[in-house]
Design a protein. Structure first.
Length: 231
């Protein structure tokens, strides 16, 4: 979406994996556990990390090199979730700038929109050392469609009593940027787990090196001189 944006940002929506947290090793451990249980070859952490972003089932299908419609996906998924719920943050850490950015922005409604399953999302968020509580969390299995479909952001806006144009979607992957564009929200790309080239190809409104830079950007958008521009 290009051109003037009349609405001021009234709420921030964050992706989880790769945006707020570095969860690559825990995801890889859970995936490799599931692959081993079902008799598939295990994969390197870097390979599995490249599959993060579209949800657990697509990740497992890619790691096992089978179709998402393969009946073995259910077994892989169940084994993945069972392991992950016991080991949600063994190696997971907040990414640089996350704690300070969330603290600085806590006067705005802060939400999470993730393609992670609800059960593992709750397990991770319950144990993370976060400086704030999120007002709303939408996971992959909460709604009929997930990112990059606009439905999750439309749903969040409705729950907050806002329009999607008043949301800012912050994420590290094309799923986040495409979801924001389809919903009519602002998009902020932050360099994280996803390859930078993939993020840039999605054409976010702004790209940040880390969340350290987010509070200043939001303050700029909230100033009167920035009301009629996207940057």
């Amino acid at each position: 979406m290009t051109g003037p944006l009349a609405a001021l940002p009234r709420a921030l929506v964050f992706d989880l994996d790769g945006t707020l947290i570095d969860s690559r090793l825990d995801i890889a451990c859970a995936a490799n556990h599931a692959l081993g249980v079902l008799g598939f070859a295990q994969r390197e952490v870097a390979v599995i990390a490249g599959y993060v972003g579209d949800g657990a089932r697509p990740l497992l299908a890619r790691a096992a090199e089978i179709a998402e419609t393969d009946p073995r996906i259910d077994g892989l998924y169940d084994a993945f979730i069972a392991y992950y719920l016991v080991h949600p943050i063994d190696h997971t850490t907040l990414l640089p700038g996350v704690a300070s950015a969330l603290s600085a922005l806590r006067e705005l409604p802060l939400c999470v929109c993730t393609n992670k399953p609800r059960s593992s999302t709750d397990a991770v968020l319950a144990q993370l050392p976060l400086p704030v509580r999120f007002q709303l969390v939408v996971a992959s299995d909460d709604l009929p469609k997930k990112k990059p479909d606009p439905l999750p952001l439309v749903h969040i806006a409705e729950r907050l009593g806002l329009t999607p144009r008043e949301l800012v979607m912050v994420g590290d992957g094309p799923q986040d940027i495409q979801c924001a564009r389809a919903a009519g929200a602002r998009s902020v790309g932050v360099e994280g787990i996803q390859p930078r080239a993939r993020l840039l190809a999605a054409e976010p409104d702004v790209v940040l090196a880390s969340l350290h830079e987010l509070p200043a950007l939001i303050q700029k958008w909230l100033t009167p001189s920035a009301r009629d521009t996207r940057r």
